[in-house]
Design a protein around this ligand. Structure first.
Ligand code: URA
Length: 212
């Protein structure tokens, strides 16, 4: 498994505003999109491309286009949805799948409740969007799901990661495929409730409000 922690002053600045508990939801949503676009720039560095012949107004030339099959972007519902716009802004021709996963707040175990993905992911680069890599339970389950469908190349884009989650991921799926994590920061630890410390709180609630 490869880990890429971005090092850019704009990313650090946006992340700081996201962490601030007084940042209101609309600003939070906007910043998540902007931050994801910056993370996506790093995450797509190795996206597969092919040559394409085009004509400029002046001459014929060989350019570059995304190779087929096109990459697929998979936001993990609910909070990953807040990252989709920022990702597709950079990769507008990617296909989009969905994975609905929920974490039991007591056991911290993840379970799948919905999915919309092609039957085969063979040969496709998969970009999973999950804002908070905390225990890693959700992401491990999501990546296992993609591997079962034939994926070999999975990049997870996370706003924040905890060392515990990274360790869990490396142990569980890190050796089974080409797995890369791109994140804005690796925080200190998880607290007893499984929240990342210092983190930014519950990403889903901060994006969309608390659902009772
Ligand atoms: N999920 C979140 O939304 N925040 C955390 O800190 C951990 C998991």
């Amino acid at each position: 498994m490869r880990l890429h922690v971005t090092d850019h002053p704009l990313i650090a600045h946006k992340l700081t505003v996201l962490r601030d508990k007084d940042t209101p939801s609309p600003v939070f949503r906007q910043l998540v999109e902007e931050l994801v676009t910056l993370l996506a720039y790093e995450a797509t560095r190795e996206v597969r491309v092919q040559d394409v012949e085009i004509e400029t107004p002046v001459a014929a030339t060989i350019g570059t286009e995304l190779a087929k099959p096109r990459p697929i972007v998979v936001p993990i519902l609910r909070a990953g949805l807040g990252m989709l716009e920022g990702m597709t802004r950079l990769l507008p021709t990617a296909e989009v799948g969905f994975l609905g996963m929920i974490r039991d707040e007591v056991t911290l175990e993840a379970a799948t409740y919905a999915n919309r993905l092609p039957d085969s992911l063979a040969g496709r680069q998969c970009f999973v969007l999950d804002p908070m890599l905390a225990t890693g339970g959700t992401l491990v389950m999501a990546i296992e799901y993609l591997l079962e469908r034939g994926a070999h190349d999975v990049t997870a884009i996370c706003l924040l990661a905890a060392p515990e989650g990274l360790h869990h991921l490396a142990e569980s799926v890190g050796h089974r495929a080409e797995v890369k994590i791109v994140t804005a920061a690796v925080d200190e630890k998880l607290n007893e409730q499984g929240y990342i410390v210092p983190g930014l709180g519950d990403a889903g609630d901060r994006l969309y409000g608390v659902v009772d």
